[in-house]
Design a protein around this ligand. Structure first.
Ligand SMILES: N[C@@H](CCC(=O)N[C@@H](CS)C(=O)NCC(=O)O)C(=O)O
Length: 230
């Protein structure tokens, strides 16, 4: 049985991606959650994840003796192991575009990722409005993001980036979560895509779990105060 090692579901955008892929594709797996108590070398999280893989980050996929770090490598492995699940588009040009969209997310959009950390349970529209007004890098990333989604959706006809669900939608699912948490205005023609992502069963299952965690991790929270203790 495959095992996916993940972090807190409310916060861990990288963990969300392969978890959604596995769940959408109905690939049997178990999850092992390592709580984010800190990222310092002596934190329980860091010690536990480093004992699994020296990269020291979640997610990690374990398949018997094989231990695979990194979302992109995990998704490529799953696509190879389960070709019938069509995790990438079947057509070569669409597959190249899907890989490009995934790679752009994997190595880019730093302005968006650092300004708006994933926080599924949070509702922070006033923070979103403030950052949109003040953060040029964020605005540039959002313009590029919306342009990318628009061009792919025009080509495929939707409802997802390549018509049916693919790894590309899993890579952008945490971005959809961020747009919702920070109340980022989404252009009219892209609202259908945001809704389609939200409606994917794998995304709904992850969000359900994230909302039931109730685990406030101070170092992951640039914009909220810890709730008062009862
Ligand atoms: N490139 C890696 C990034 C993974 C990553 O940064 N994961 C975060 C949690 S969402 C982490 O484990 N951070 C620990 C650290 O930065 O020390 C991937 O695609 O899997």
């Amino acid at each position: 049985m495959l095992e996916l090692v993940i972090g807190n579901k409310n916060y861990s955008s990288w963990s969300m991606r392969p978890w959604v892929v596995l769940t959408q594709a109905a690939i049997p797996f178990t999850e092992r959650k390592l709580r984010f108590d800190g990222f310092e070398p002596d934190s329980a999280f860091k010690r536990a994840i480093t004992a699994i893989h020296p990269a020291g980050c979640v997610p990690v996929l374990i398949d018997g003796p094989l231990v695979i770090a990194d979302t992109l490598a995990i998704c490529e492995y799953l696509a190879e192991q389960f070709p019938d699940r069509q995790l990438w588009p079947a057509e070569s040009a669409a597959r190249a575009q899907a890989r490009s969209a995934v790679a752009q997310m994997h190595s880019g959009f730093g302005g968006l990722r650092s300004a708006l950390p994933m926080n599924i349970e949070a509702q922070l529209p006033e923070v979103g409005a403030r950052l949109l007004a003040s953060d040029e890098r964020l605005r540039a990333d959002l313009a590029r993001l919306f342009g990318l989604w628009r061009s792919l959706l025009e080509r495929s006809g939707g409802p997802l980036l390549f018509g049916a669900f693919s790894v590309a939608d899993a890579f952008y699912a945490p971005v959809v979560m961020r747009l919702l948490s920070y109340g980022v205005p989404v252009p009219d023609d892209l609202r259908g895509y945001v809704q389609a992502v939200q409606q994917q069963p794998g995304v709904q299952a992850w969000v359900r779990d994230a909302l039931s965690e109730h685990d406030f991790i101070a170092f992951e929270e640039p914009y909220r105060q810890a709730p008062a203790k009862a």
